[in-house]
Design a binder for this molecule. Structure first.
Ligand code: GLP
Length: 234
């Protein structure tokens, strides 16, 4: 794993957006694996800014989101579909038919493989080390499946996105598994802010897979970059 520490959210997001823009320009049919949460929001703003300024062509790009809540009504403001539309898709020239989310009716891993696999996987990280919604205890061999969210994740996401109301947060989600994530050709994990200090420090020390720290699965991939800011650094 390569670690790159940059000053702040702005610098980190510019860096990651720059990497995505380079890929989209060099490979007009690239497949991107995308993440939700608060972490990539600024990155997505830079992608939209670049689209407005440089008309980067997203028409043949396909995106595959990592996860989606289960049990929210379609069109719910906090569903990841709505989040992605508002934060990114409406601001660039991506085609709705090229945008994919996991759901219980399809085999997401097969679908991704049949589209040629993911060229670039963007990840955030939970305060308990989850990637996607692979909570501690997730198996290394896990594929896309229904998962139960931990109390910690429900609390964190309630405070960030559901006005602190834990009863509004779904208890389950569908998430790409650790094996699904490791299939990507290149992986970039972004960690921002003080709340990610502990997990960044754990990642820096990480040498092998530990089932209680799902992000440790990334030690098994040979093209992973961890971008983090000064606040996330000890
Ligand atoms: C969420 C998402 C993850 C995300 C992580 C961190 O619940 N399922 O994909 O990376 O938790 O979230 P945030 O970026 O808000 O800290």
């Amino acid at each position: 794993m390569e670690f790159i520490k940059l000053k702040d959210e702005k610098e980190c997001s510019k860096f990651v957006a720059g990497e995505i823009i380079k890929l989209v320009k060099n490979n007009k049919k690239a497949n991107l694996g995308l993440a939700t949460g608060s972490t990539p929001i600024q990155t997505y703003k830079y992608l939209i800014e670049d689209f407005n300024q440089n008309k980067t062509n997203w028409k043949k790009i396909k995106t595959f989101n990592l996860d989606e809540y289960l049990g929210l009504p379609a069109g719910h403001k906090q569903s990841y579909k709505v989040f992605m539309s508002e934060m990114l898709f409406e601001g660039i020239s991506i085609k709705p038919k090229n945008v994919f989310f996991p759901n219980t009716d399809q085999n997401y891993d097969k679908l991704i493989a049949s589209e040629g696999g993911i060229d670039f996987q963007l990840l955030g990280i939970g305060t308990n080390g989850h990637i996607g919604f692979n909570e501690p205890g997730s198996e290394l061999e896990s594929l896309t499946r229904i998962v139960d969210l931990t109390e910690e994740t429900i609390n964190v996401n309630a405070n960030k996105f559901f006005d602190g109301d834990t009863t509004e947060v779904p208890k389950q989600a569908i998430s790409m598994g650790l094996k699904s994530i490791l299939e990507a050709k290149k992986i970039v994990l972004l960690a921002l802010g003080e709340s990610k200090r502990e997990v960044v420090s754990k990642l820096l020390d990480c040498k092998e897979f530990d089932i209680n720290f799902p992000a440790s699965a990334l030690t098994l991939h040979d093209d992973v970059t961890i971008i983090y800011d000064e606040e996330a650094s000890i």
